[in-house]
Every structure is written in C-alpha cells, then in structure tokens.
Design a protein around this ligand. Structure first.
Ligand code: T3D
Length: 262
C-alpha cells in the first residue's frame, strides 16, 4: 500500500524517492507531524525495494527552517533534551544509516536543525538562492541534531566554529567554496540536475553503494589500520554479489552494467 503523508509529499519514480517537506507557510519548519512523517518516509525508503536513492527537498522558498518555534511558544512544550533525543536525533540517524544514498536538494534557506538534516545527507545540491543559517545561537540554544559532529567534518573546525558562533547567513556560493555543498545550480535547474545525479546513483550497484556509505561512516571514527581492515572485509562482501559479476561481465562485453541489487 502506498505511504500516505500530509505534512510532506512522497513520490517514487525511476528508483528515486523524493521527499518534499511541505509546510511552505512556515518555511517547512519541523512540527510534530512533519518530524514523525519524515522519519516514517525515511524508513519507508529503506524498506521499499523500488527505491534506490532518496532526494530530500522543501516546498516553496525554503528547504527547512528547523524546529517550528510556535511549538516552543505553546504552553508546556516538551523538555528540549527529550525533544532532541526522541524527535530530532532519529531523523539524522535514519538518513546516515539508510543503506541508500540520500541527496539534499537545497532549494532555499536551511536553518537550525533544517541545516543539520542537509548536512546528514550524502550529497548536497544547492540552488543559487539557497543559504544556511545556523540559527541555534540566535535563540539562545546550542547546535543540535548532529550539527557539532557533522559540520566540523564537512568544513573543518575553524569554519564550523565561525558559522556556529557568529551565525552569519552563509550563501550557497560560499557554502560551495568551503566544500559544504557539492554543487550550486540555478534554482530553476535544481530539480532536473538533482534528478540527473539521482538517476546515476539509481543505476549503480545498490549493495556497493550501501557498503560505501557504511565504510565512510566507519572510517570517520576509526584509525588507518582499522579502516584498511574494514575496507577489506566489505570488499569481501561486495565481491560475492551478483552485481560484481555483472560489473565484470559488462566490462568484458563493453556494455553498460544492469545491476539487480543481488
Ligand atoms: O525543540 C527544539 O526547539 C529543539 C530543537 C532545535 C533545533 C532547531 O532547529 S533550533 C533553530 C530553529 N529555527 C530558527 O531559529 C530559524 C527561525 N527562522 C528564521 O530565522 C528565519 O525565518 C529564516 C532565516 C529561516 C528565514 O528568514 P526570512 O526573512 O526569509 O523569512 P521570515 O519572514 O523570517 O519567515 C517567513 C515565515 O516563516 C514567517 O511567518 P509569517 O510571518 O509569514 O506568518 C515566519 O514566522 C515563519 N517561520 C520561519 N521560521 C520558522 C517559522 N515559523 C515557525 N518556526 C520556524 N522555525
């Protein structure tokens, strides 16, 4: 049965699941239903064999403005530590541990935990008009949802400290210059260019892509020798897949491989 959502749009086509955060009136800020639906959609993407790659994007002029602050202003909001542990952390865990590539198509501003979502993705394609506002400090909060782990690894400690302490908006072009986004494209080409990249990934060997994500996760927290050993064991797994045999056969036959995922 097709997944049904109200705060986001879910679309599967040509092996690509596109998740569109769909609360444009509040810049796709994350209130309770959007957080739970996003987690459900990411889990659905993991389960659905028709999905080989995921695109995360936003409706309207924003990617995501982070926590919906009207929820915090309501009477008796959930304690922040509970909210972050139970509602935000599972989102970035789901993205990073999804055994399929996740591309953030950053159509506009990404603020607070909205930026954390983008940084947890495997690739970031930004529209020229996109920007990052690491807004936590502006409302007297600390960076969360993986931000202090992800950002220094993407841009180094110096840049991360500057962005998180000064909280100046970072335009897409500057984000590209410091390696925070992979590409910057005109806004009206974002969907098509992201789709092109997604189609490339969808034609790849699914297990090899999943194992590559796993290897990168492992390497970020391991020493060199441990990494060498882990790479070798993952290569053992990849080497036993039918897709590896198909890759070799395609090479020998001078044709494009057709990877089945087995
Ligand atoms: O539970 C927890 O709190 C813990 C977790 C925390 C993680 C976090 O994400 S903390 C950070 C939360 N996010 C922010 O602080 C960002 C707040 N928004 C902004 O700073 C600005 O809106 C932007 C820089 C993102 C964009 O600025 P601008 O000038 O382009 O748009 P705007 O006019 O400020 O916003 C447009 C509308 O969206 C406006 O509503 P209105 O006046 O048209 O009815 C604005 O109130 C609404 N909006 C924007 N961000 C949020 C929001 N509504 C609710 N929550 C938001 N985060």
């Amino acid at each position: 049965m097709a997944a049904v959502f109200s705060a986001l749009r879910w679309d599967v086509e040509a092996g690509i699941a596109t998740i569109t955060l769909d609360r444009p009136g509040s810049l796709n800020s994350l209130e309770a239903s959007l957080k739970s639906e996003l987690l459900a959609a990411l889990r659905e993407a993991g389960r659905d064999p028709a999905v080989r790659v995921v695109i995360l994007t936003g409706a309207g002029r924003a990617f995501c403005a982070g926590q919906d602050l009207t929820e915090r202003l309501a009477p008796d909001p959930a304690p922040l530590d509970v909210e972050v542990r139970e509602r935000f952390n599972p989102l970035v865990m789901a993205i990073r541990f999804l055994d399929k590539p996740v591309i953030a198509a950053i159509n506009g501003v990404a603020a607070g935990a909205g930026a954390s979502l983008a940084f947890a993705c495997d690739l970031r394609i930004a529209a020229e008009e996109a920007s990052f506002v690491l807004a936590f400090g502006r409302i007297g909060l600390v960076p969360d949802t993986g931000m202090t782990w992800l950002l220094p690894r993407l841009v180094g400690l110096g840049r991360a400290s500057e962005l998180l302490l000064l909280v100046d908006p970072l335009p897409a072009a500057d984000a590209f210059r410091i390696g925070l986004v992979n590409r910057v494209v005109p806004g009206d080409e974002l969907a098509a260019q992201t789709r092109r990249i997604a189609l490339n990934l969808a034609a790849g060997a699914p297990q090899a892509l999943a194992l590559t994500k796993r290897a990168l996760r492992h390497a970020l927290e391991s020493g060199f020798e441990a990494t060498l050993d882990y790479e070798a064991s993952l290569q053992g797994i990849a080497g036993r897949t039918a897709d590896h045999a198909e890759g070799l056969a395609a090479f020998a036959g001078k044709r494009r491989p057709r990877f089945s995922g087995s």
